[in-house]
Design a protein around this ligand. Structure first.
Ligand code: MNH
Length: 460
């Protein structure tokens, strides 16, 4: 006999009508849910005014939801809110919207191995600008510099467009305003998902004007990028080139003008926020553990020229990056919807019901990852072969046809940035930054911290 979702364990302190109101952390919702998963088990519920969120935080049950035959992607939670700014861009389009398939087909060549090879020099130019900046200013704000670096990378590699945040400061106008507007919209998307209907409605009313402005700011910024590109003679075969000119082989259509705008915005947002989060987690661990940094340099970086084929061979760095993604997934979870009635851990999940798969919890489930599941072990992914049959939930890029299209792009970028930084600098945390704490705005991203970068002594 399977049980109903109403039978799922829930946090203690449930109150009539409002429900599990005492167990909502508006500012750090998924970190709170990961704590609950430890107490309540691999699947639990949280109810607010009769609205039930089903959270899957166990590794084995999480893996069941990755089965594309039984489960699909669901556009709910913060993701649904983000349609307000990203429209039917790739990330926020409904799977059944023909524009999703069309855009995915048009853009997939932009993420091939060949494309990565072509982006390498643009990515390397950003790494060099970052190194130059740190040489001049050794005490650095990691959050700001990673926002700058990742935006420059997606701008230069994806849109042949400098963002004006690194290097000589030339490039798109209004990038800072764009970043600020985007940050506020992301925060709203995350926090409003955890609002009670009434409180939420009031907040909506208060925030709507500001948000309209933010959306307008962001759209104007990307429209300027598109206009500038159309006016230029450059016919680059980059992401923007594909968006503007490429014809979908299946439908014979180009992307509609409005959709190009939504795609550019989507790629600027999805391409930088998550990647910056990953870079920040990585830099924190490298600064906190100089032995680890030195080992990576000594074993696989020293004396190499960081060209495309060298970067793809940095397997220890890759393993280290995977461990960052395991413990600090920049997308802390994703929604999956049951295609037909499912039995999940003894509970009936009716067809059409969405569940929140909490990668943040499932990727440190001791039942799968062992007693040291919560420990950061940079070599974990070197020693344990993670194949599809390894039985552990590891899904920082999502799942199925809606999985991250930018995965190889992000991995190449992050590996190259880390190698460029480590071969040049010794990193140290400044006093008072002993712990990595994370804030949430649909993504999970470290709170700002500083590091000190001193030039590494070169061996003769
Ligand atoms: Mn990315 C989808 C994680 C970097 C563009 N990305 C997803 C999803 C996850 C994800 C998880 C699926 C979400 C869901 O199912 O609800 N992405 C990441 C992480 C990084 C990242 C952890 C970096 C680290 N993403 C990038 C980069 C780009 C990008 C870089 C672009 C250059 N991601 C996307 C797009 C989608 C996506 C676009 C939506 C794909 C689709 O729905 O077809």
């Amino acid at each position: 006999m399977t049980k109903q979702l109403s039978d799922l364990p829930h946090p203690s302190g449930r109150v009539p009508i409002l429900g599990d109101i005492r167990s909502v952390d508006r500012r750090r919702p998924t970190q709170h849910e990961a704590t609950l998963a430890r107490e309540l088990g691999p699947i639990f519920q949280r109810e607010l005014l009769g609205d039930r969120l089903v959270v899957v935080g166990g590794s084995a049950l999480g893996r069941e939801t990755l089965n594309e035959q039984n489960w699909g992607r669901a556009l709910v939670g913060p993701l649904a809110q983000l349609r307000e700014i990203a429209g039917s861009g790739l990330f926020t389009a409904r799977s059944k919207d023909p524009l999703w398939g069309q855009a995915r087909r048009i853009l997939t060549p932009g993420f091939s191995q060949e494309a990565m090879r072509a982006y390498h020099d643009a990515m390397a130019s950003v790494a060099e600008d970052l190194v130059a900046k740190w040489t001049r200013h050794p005490v650095l704000d990691v959050h700001d510099d990673m926002t700058a670096a990742t935006l420059e990378v997606i701008g230069r590699a994806g849109f042949s467009q400098r963002m004006g945040l690194l290097g000589d400061g030339q490039g798109a106008d209004g990038t800072d305003a764009f970043v600020a507007a985007l940050g506020r919209v992301l925060t709203w998307a995350s926090e409003s998902t955890n609002d009670l209907p009434i409180v939420g409605a009031v907040r909506e009313l208060l925030g709507a004007g500001r948000r309209r402005q933010d959306v307008a700011t962001a759209r104007t910024f990307v429209e300027n990028i598109i206009e500038r590109r159309k006016a230029s003679s450059a016919k680059d075969n980059d992401l923007l080139g594909l968006m503007l000119d490429s014809i979908d082989p299946e439908t014979g259509d180009k992307l509609p003008v409005d959709n190009v705008r939504d795609q550019v915005l989507t790629f600027l947002a999805a391409g930088h926020e998550t990647t910056a989060a990953l870079m920040e987690v990585a830099l924190f661990h490298l600064a906190a553990d100089p032995d680890l940094a030195n080992e990576l340099v000594a074993v696989e970086m020293e004396g190499t020229h960081l060209d495309y084929s060298t970067v793809v061979k940095l397997r220890r760095t890759r393993a280290f990056i995977n461990e960052c993604l395991r413990l600090y997934p920049p997308a802390p979870g994703f929604f999956r919807v049951a295609r037909t009635d499912q039995n999940l851990g003894g509970y009936t999940v009716p067809a059409g019901r969405a569940v929140f798969v909490l990668a943040l919890a499932a990727q440190k489930d001791p039942a799968a990852w062992g007693p040291d599941a919560e420990e950061f072990r940079a070599d974990r992914f070197l020693n344990e072969r993670l194949t599809a049959s390894s039985g552990r939930f590891f899904s920082p890029w999502g799942a199925g046809p809606r999985a991250c299209i930018g995965r190889q792009f992000a991995i190449h970028e992050v590996t190259l940035l880390i190698a460029s930084i480590l071969t040049r600098f010794d990193l140290k945390l400044t006093e008072g930054h002993g712990n990595l704490t994370l804030r949430e705005r649909a993504t999970l991203r470290p709170d700002p911290f500083q590091i000190v970068a001193t030039p590494r002594e070169t061996r003769r």
